[in-house]
Design a protein around this ligand. Structure first.
Ligand code: NAP
Length: 289
């Protein structure tokens, strides 16, 4: 890598940040396209007062092309931006900032990245389909919002803390014509909703690093149903393995990570992202290749 007076800089701000796969993905993409650019992770500490504001101001001051923003800054970062995309505003979180001549624009590419990878890997399109989303945290917000935008037949939002699912469903209800039913994450509920689901997606952290198990009654799902899990450590979670065993179509979490990054890359560079290069780099960084 050659760094000189023309090198453009992109970055990611998060806390923690040491496990991020984004630098590997983006630096590989810059290299593949022969772009004089570099992507750096920055540990912007949540506990350090004023750190996020100063970090965002640095994007402007240093003329960086843009940054990704990750946990726990995605919501708080809004107030430091000049403008935000309407979807990011509706979702209430920004994961990508683009610097256009000193004006900072916020986007949320998580939901679009999820749907794109789901379609590319399984052919699934939510329009007219029955969707079950498990979880009501940050990732669920983007996915629920993007799914609702494509007019599914029905959506059930299942969460351990039902109140949180109720709040999320209520927040999005005025924006879409599809109503969202909410339910607790309980065996009897899952037996009922999965029997008529075309897609079930896990957006909780259950299964991350092999910890915990959803124990879903996958045998009750229609044979053409898709089982999706956004957890990507390990690459194949217990849920994905169980679905494969049942012969169901599966969609693992790495695709979402790669596609949300690819959309950001295209916003920054105006060039088509080399998706397979990014995926290979992410796999290598995960220690899987
Ligand atoms: P979050 O905002 O903290 O939400 C966590 C969700 O998991 C909540 O719905 C929470 O339920 C549920 N949960 C956690 N532990 C649970 C347990 N033991 N039993 C039942 N439910 C439990 O987290 P997030 O940002 O949405 O991230 C969730 C997962 O998605 C993480 O593993 C993250 O790595 C992954 N992720 C992947 C991508 C990707 O690109 N593939 C992108 C974003 C996130 P309660 O509301 O009841 O607490």
């Amino acid at each position: 890598m050659k760094i000189d007076g023309h090198t453009k800089v992109a970055a990611i701000f998060g806390d923690p940040i040491s496990h991020t796969l984004s630098p590997a993905m983006h630096n590989a993409a810059f290299k593949a396209l022969g772009l004089n650019a570099v992507y750096i992770p920055f540990h912007v500490k949540a506990a350090s007062k004023g750190a996020l504001k100063a970090a965002v101001e640095a994007v402007r001051a240093l003329g960086m092309m843009g940054v990704n923003v990750t946990i726990p800054h995605k919501e708080r970062v809004f107030k430091f931006l000049d403008e935000a995309d309407e979807h990011a505003i509706d979702i209430g979180a920004v994961n990508t900032i683009v610097n256009r001549d000193g004006r900072l624009f916020g986007y949320n590419t998580d939901g679009a990245g999820y749907l794109l990878s789901l379609r590319k890997e399984t052919g699934f399109r939510p329009g007219g389909k029955r969707v079950v989303i498990i979880g009501a945290g940050g990732a669920a917000r983007s996915i629920l919002y993007s799914v609702l935008g494509l007019s599914p037949a029905s959506v059930v939002l299942v969460n351990r803390t039902v109140k949180r699912a109720d709040l999320l469903a209520g927040e999005f209800a005025p924006k879409f014509s599809v109503s969202v039913q909410t339910a607790p994450l309980e065996k009897a509920v899952m037996e009922k909703v999965l029997a008529s689901a075309d897609l079930v997606v896990n957006t909780t952290s259950i299964g991350m690093m092999g910890k915990g198990e959803l124990g879903l009654p996958l045998s009750l799902m229609p044979p053409k149903a898709v089982v999706s899990d956004i957890v990507y450590r390990p690459l194949k979670t217990g849920l994905i393995k169980a679905a494969e065993k049942r012969g169901l179509k599966t969609h693992a979490g790495l695709g979402m990570l790669v596609r949300q990054g690819a959309i950001g890359f295209e916003l920054w560079t105006g060039k088509k992202a080399p998706v397979s290069v990014m995926e290979k780099a992410a796999l290598k960084a995960l220690g899987q290749r």
